[in-house]
Write a protein that binds this ligand. Structure first.
Ligand code: PGA
Length: 252
């Protein structure tokens, strides 16, 4: 059975003191009740990683970053390296989020470089893929997502591929309150698994965790996460409040 992941992507929200309050609440409400079938990950901004690492020490809630640079160090003003993240207890890293693709020119090539470095350093990449509304309306959504997956996994061997987490996040569903239906999300997660089986083999595709993201909330999370090919959720807005706890509790 594949593990379920519930990952909170805080984006550019919460000062360090606000983050401290929320992490403390998550810890109090969740850390005693999680089992090995479910992995909760929080991805606060860089500025709160150190604090979150201390607070979450000795709990089963893990820490993720929202982005990383692929180079080990060097003249990259404003960037953060993987070793800096590792040093703060970070075990997961989101890559290729559509906001980064659209606003910060994160190309498929850049996504692939980051995925390679993250895996080399034994962290887990959370690779985001998804089509725009226009691409869906033109019937190109599968083609777009297939290319994103193939490019992200270039030069990744089958063993490393199994430790990747994929998040299908249709751009039109992110932060809009308009989530994909369970059928749409299942169709795409199943398709992504098929694409992975074509790159590697079926056994590999069965081991990769594929999540859905885009306006996940307490009202839709249970149905979405019960679909056969959906192994959890990447959650933005609802991860900034106690609703995140309620969503996790539906899975325990
Ligand atoms: P949302 O964001 O849950 O606020 O739609 C999801 C994401 O961007 O990962």
């Amino acid at each position: 059975m594949r593990k379920k992941y519930i990952i909170g992507n805080w984006k550019m929200n919460k000062t360090n003191s606000e983050a401290k309050e929320l992490i403390a609440l998550f810890k109090e409400e969740l850390s005693g009740s999680l089992n090995e079938n479910i992995q909760v990950v929080v991805c606060p901004p860089y500025t709160s990683l150190d604090m979150a690492n201390s607070l979450l020490d000795n709990t089963n809630i893990k820490l993720g970053a929202q982005n990383v640079h692929y180079a080990p160090n060097g003249a990259y003003t404003g960037e953060i390296s993987i070793s800096m993240l590792k040093d703060l207890g970070v075990e997961f890293c989101i890559v290729g989020h559509s906001e980064r693709r659209a606003m910060f020119v994160e190309t498929d090539k850049l996504v692939n470089l980051k995925v390679q470095e993250i895996l080399k350093n034994k962290l887990k990449p959370v690779i985001c893929v998804g089509e725009t509304l226009e691409e869906r309306e033109y019937g190109k959504y599968k083609e777009v997502v297939k290319t994103q997956i193939e490019q992200a996994l270039k030069n990744i061997d089958s063993l490393c591929a199994q430790s990747c987490v994929i998040a299908y996040e249709p751009v039109w569903a992110i932060g809009t309150g308009k989530n994909a239906t369970v059928e749409q999300a299942q169709e795409m997660c199943e398709f992504i698994r098929y694409v992975i089986s074509q790159i590697y083999e079926i056994q590999v595709s069965q081991k990769v965790s594929i999540l859905y993201g885009g306006s996940v909330n307490i009202n839709n999370s249970k149905d979405i996460m019960s679909a056969p090919d959906i192994d959890g959720a990447l959650i933005g807005g609802a991860s900034l409040k106690s609703e995140f706890i309620d969503i996790v509790k539906t899975q325990i």
